[in-house]
Design a protein around this ligand. Structure first.
Ligand SMILES: Nc1nc2c(ncn2[C@@H]2O[C@H](COP(=O)(O)OP(=O)(O)OP(=O)(O)O)[C@@H](O)[C@H]2O)c(=O)[nH]1
Length: 624
């Protein structure tokens, strides 16, 4: 006999266990407590309290995150959504739970997720998919947790029942039973499922046996649904065993509980059972009433199933739309990624170009700076060169000036300021050339020659000896001054050496020169030479005179050196003949005397033979 328990007693027990769970939760862990509360509320019934409990769990999860509990909460939320027909949302939540399960790699949690997927697909009447998910669940759990494995086997069995394979279901239940201990809570669903399958096979004894295996403690904590199923199975067992009155009593009582509830399937089964039972008892009116109610409930159920179908289609459509959107988004993302890549490449290209431009400008800048530097250097160099040039010019001028001065010095006699012998040798060749040219182009008698007058102070040694060398120098200076007074501009006065001087008459006809030297002789002879403390001194000088060209007809017959030598011989003659005298030698045109002949025979002979004519201020015979 099936033991029955009054519903008040069951309610009291449920309340106390719930309270205990909640209390334990509060003391140990707020999050786990809130999850336990949610579970117990869902197990009891789907009322609005569970939504508040769900919010609590979510809030606690935020405070103390736990992936395992988040997974369970997601599955519970999915179960609620599924219950209210929001299948697509339930699918989404299951998918989120699966993500976490795969992340955690916990076999029990994964199996939990897969069995939730299975139940959802069974609800959507996709039995093949549901079976695959249960198999995945079994695969995940392996041999780790026999109780949970048994739970999935029971779910698989129920799938077979749905498909009408009752024997298959019984086999799975028997397999599940071997995995469970007598006090396992999974025994509830197993025995209920087993008894249902047995009844389908028309084996009420087996069904009763299964129900009796249930520990009364379990019966006390049944959820509303479990209790309804349990009572329905009990009533069906009574019906199959012909105990119609007991079946009717149980069914009527349960029907009153489900009258306004959402357990339409059970309600319909109870109504069908009552109709059958009354029919067996011959109470046709009652049978008709319940049969009628049964039809109405079936219609409502059909509608509910239709609605579920619609919802399922909607879910599929939503899923497709979502997939389409995801595809579009993926395409957009790909496009975006390509654009970003292109932009990146463009940016890189721009950057490269920018750097190249920078380098180019940098190169130009360096080039420009080098160019400016070169210009600057050139400018500086030019300035330096200009300075150098002006310096060189200045120095050259200075040098020229100094050279001139030096030349002047080298051409001058330091004591008298007259030209020296060096000057004479420097200019004489040019002067001779001029004379030669003049004689070649003009009538020889008209042209000026160069008359050499060699002058020597008489007894100069005595002056030095008598008055000192300084007095001698002074006489030399004063003598020079007298010499300068008798010459014209363009004639030269040269200190020939010691107390000897040379006058070169350039602008005088040779016939006029004897008169000039006579004037010079008398001027010297009458000049009072000043010897400072001493009384003025009277001195005289001797002069030898000869003119180039010596032979006017043959200009080159006597060189200027030979003419000068003749002048010197004349001077020697003047000294020898008594001093304070001048002697002028001249060539006689008819003599045809050559310089070689003159040197050979000597001057005395030449004068005696009248090859050379002689003039002098002296009247006594001249000596050479
Ligand atoms: N004070 C002075 N004496 C000079 C200079 N040059 C030469 N003498 C001197 O002049 C003298 C020339 O003497 P001599 O050549 O013997 O002839 P002189 O005494 O003039 O006799 P004659 O020429 O024969 O009339 C020497 O004693 C030289 O030392 C000079 O620059 N200054």
């Amino acid at each position: 006999q099936i033991t029955e328990q009054p519903s008040e007693a069951i309610d009291a027990k449920v309340t106390s266990i719930k309270a205990k769970n909640v209390l334990e939760g509060q003391t140990s862990n707020k999050l786990e407590a809130s999850l336990a509360k949610l579970k117990s509320l869902i197990a009891d019934d789907y009322d609005f309290m569970m939504l508040t409990a769900l919010d609590d769990v979510k809030a606690n999860l935020q405070a103390t995150p736990s992936l395992a509990i988040e997974l369970e909460a997601l599955l519970l939320e999915a179960k609620i959504k599924q219950y209210f027909g929001a299948f697509s949302e339930a699918l989404l939540l299951n998918a989120q739970a699966l993500d976490i399960g795969e992340q955690l790699q916990d076999p029990i949690l994964l199996a939990h997720v897969y069995s939730a997927y299975g139940q959802l697909h069974l609800e959507l009447e996709k039995t093949r998919l549901a079976n695959q998910f249960y198999d995945l669940g079994l695969q995940a759990i392996g041999e780790n947790n026999p109780a949970y494995r048994a739970h999935i086997l029971v779910l698989k069995g129920q799938l077979h029942v749905f498909n009408g394979s009752y024997r298959q279901a019984i086999l799975l239940y028997q397999q599940a039973e071997t995995l469970l201990t007598a006090d396992s809570i999974t025994q509830i669903e197993l025995q209920l499922a087993y008894s249902q399958a047995a009844l389908k096979l028309g084996r009420p004894e087996d069904a009763r046996e299964a129900l009796e295996k249930l520990n009364p403690t379990f019966v006390a904590v049944f959820s509303s649904e479990q209790m309804l199923k349990y009572q329905l199975l009990k009533a069906q067992t009574y019906l199959q065993q012909g105990e119609f009155q007991q079946a009717i009593e149980i069914a009527l009582e349960q029907l009153s509980i489900t009258y306004n509830s959402r357990f339409l399937t059970i309600q319909a089964q109870l109504q069908k059972l009552l109709a059958d039972a009354y029919l067996q008892l011959g109470e046709m009116r009652e049978a008709y009433i319940f049969l009628n109610r049964y039809h109405l409930t079936v219609v409502a159920l059909d509608e509910q199933k239709r609605n579920n179908k619609v919802l399922q289609l909607e879910a599929q459509l939503n899923t497709r739309l979502q997939q389409q959107q995801i595809r579009l988004l993926e395409q957009e993302n790909t496009l975006h990624a390509t654009q970003i890549q292109q932009q990146h490449l463009q940016q890189q290209q721009q950057q490269k170009e920018h750097e190249q431009t920078k380098k180019k400008w940098g190169f130009f800048a360096v080039l420009f700076m080098v160019f400016v530097w070169i210009l600057y250097r050139r400018f500086i160099t030019q300035q330096y060169l200009a300075r150098l040039k002006s310096e060189v010019t200045k120095q050259t001028l200075e040098l020229a000036q100094k050279n001139k001065e030096l030349e002047q010095l080298s051409y001058s006699d330091s004591l008298t300021g007259l030209h020296n012998r060096h000057y004479f040798t420097n200019i004489i060749e040019d002067e001779i050339a001029l004379v030669e040219r003049a004689f070649s182009s003009t009538k020889a008698s008209d042209a000026y020659g160069l008359s050499f007058a060699l002058i020597d102070i008489d007894y100069f040694k005595h002056i030095n000896d008598r008055f000192g060398h300084g007095a001698g120098d002074s006489v030399l200076k004063q003598f020079s001054t007298i010499l300068k007074t008798v010459i014209r501009e363009g004639d030269f006065v040269i200190r020939w050496g010691g107390e000897e001087f040379l006058i070169v008459f350039r602008h005088a006809l040779r016939d006029d020169v004897p008169a000039i030297v006579e004037r010079l002789r008398t001027r010297v002879a009458h000049y009072p030479f000043d010897l400072e403390q001493n009384k003025p001194l009277q001195i005289s000088c001797s002069i030898g005179l000869a003119t180039f060209p010596f032979n006017k007809q043959n200009v080159t017959a006597f060189s200027w050196q030979q003419v000068l030598e003749l002048a010197d011989l004349a001077l020697y003659g003047a000294k020898k003949s008594g001093r304070n005298a001048w002697i002028a030698l001249d060539y006689q045109a008819q003599s045809q005397l050559s310089s070689e002949q003159l040197i050979k025979q000597g001057l005395a002979q030449a004068v005696a033979s009248k090859a050379i004519s002689v003039q002098s201020n002296l009247t006594q015979p001249l000596q050479f």
